[in-house]
Design a binder for this molecule. Structure first.
Ligand code: ADE
Length: 273
């Protein structure tokens, strides 16, 4: 079982997302356990002060280091006690600060985190966190995108969700993981379900054909086409065979078809046949 500790000023925020769907099922089935710790519980003054003015002046309040250090130390000593060890390093226990200054979260990072048996996430708030937290306490800093949230809680939920669905046994079908957008390096192909005709719009013929080789070929082409159209930069790193590379080259350099956005799936298949 994987264990995740989360430090937050707003523990109630997690009740909804962790109490429903795949995350709840993973918790109920003991594939993951999640403890939310209120940073305020680690203060010692009567006002339970967690923030203070920035040295040097400036707008907003900064989260104080003491309660965050104490919370992490308490989590670490619990883990050490349970595991009968005297100390724990950052490979055994990654300590991740959620911050817009962190490295950009990706499927790759989620996969890496999903190999750890435990991790601790620290949700920042207000205008920032005292720099001694990222410098001397956290082993990693993660941002979920180039925008500023009002706190790290939503970011922590995103990180946890993407990690937990990768844990063995969490999803019904492990096979579906392999086809996820960003796992193959490509965006996912379009999916359809019944009815075959909805408001006079039909599902692509090939998907009804029962010809699995043709279906696989169509899906691969659609994934490449969609990636070229929406996220062309992903193709640089995608695992394409030389024919597929040539096709991408042709589609992106043809006059009038520079972004690939004038190509339909049908045109792509004709081009590729
Ligand atoms: N806290 C505020 N904004 C954030 C972001 N984009 N990612 C992670 N944590 C954050």
């Amino acid at each position: 079982m994987v264990h995740i500790d989360i430090l937050s000023l707003f523990p109630e925020m997690f009740q909804g997302p962790f109490g429903i769907g795949i995350l709840k099922r993973a918790i109920d089935r003991k594939l993951v356990s999640i403890s939310i710790h209120n940073i305020r519980d680690y203060t010692h003054d009567k006002h339970a002060t967690v923030d203070d003015y920035p040295y040097g002046g400036g707008a907003g309040m900064i989260l104080k280091p003491e309660p965050i250090f104490e919370a992490v130390e308490s989590i670490k000593s619990d883990i050490c006690r349970k595991q009968g060890v005297s100390d724990i390093d950052c490979y055994t226990l990654p300590i991740i600060l959620l911050t817009p200054q962190g490295r950009l979260y990706s499927q790759h990072i989620a996969a890496e985190l999903s190999t750890h048996r435990q991790m601790t996430l620290i949700c920042g708030h207000y205008e920032g966190v005292d720099e001694r937290v990222p410098e001397y306490l956290a082993s990693d800093e993660i941002s979920i995108g180039d925008y500023v949230l009002s706190g790290g809680e939503l970011a922590a939920m995103v990180v946890v969700d993407a990690v937990v669905r990768l844990l063995p046994g969490v999803l019904g079908s492990q096979a579906s993981l392999l086809e996820d957008s960003h796992v193959t390096g490509l965006l996912e192909y379009p999916q359809y379900t019944r009815p075959a005709v909805h408001r006079e719009r039909s599902v692509p013929e090939v998907l009804l054909s029962g010809n699995h080789a043709q279906i696989a070929k169509w899906r691969r082409e659609q994934a490449i086409l969609r990636t070229l159209k929406r996220r062309p930069e992903l193709l640089d790193k995608a695992n394409l065979c030389s024919e597929e590379r040539q096709l991408v080259e042709r589609l992106s350099t043809s006059p009038g078809k520079s972004a690939g956005d004038k190509w339909s799936g049908q045109q792509l298949m004709e081009e590729n046949s």
